[in-house]
Design a protein around this ligand. Sequence first.
Ligand SMILES: [Zn+2]
Ligand SMILES: [Zn+2]
Length: 119
Amino acid sequence: MPDDVRAAVRPAEIEVDPEAGLLRILWQDEHESIYELPALRPHCPCAVCQGEMGIPGVVNDATTFTQEQSTLVDIQEIGRYALQLIWADGHQTGYYTFTLLRSLCPCETCRAARARNAQ
Ligand SMILES: [Zn+2]
Ligand SMILES: [Zn+2]
């Protein structure tokens, strides 16, 4: 991986503000991502939510989440590669890799870049 790509998926600082419902990651390339925690819940990458081996997951575009399901109670850093998000309904099997999180960055710049790539 080239250095600039690596820096884009390595966090320099991670901050959670459960009361505001926000997760802030400052990346080593000095990009800052501020996520609304409930917006991360539908992206839970675990096999139950997203499915695996041809079996559909329980989450799709039409899925709605209860407040409990989208309230974060804890966050654990898994090695150097992922964050485990633990939700109030007890769901905690989703390991959000930093690559995934960076690809979900909701800032204007990243959203615009994703829209360009999708065309
Ligand atoms: Zn899940
Ligand atoms: Zn961004």
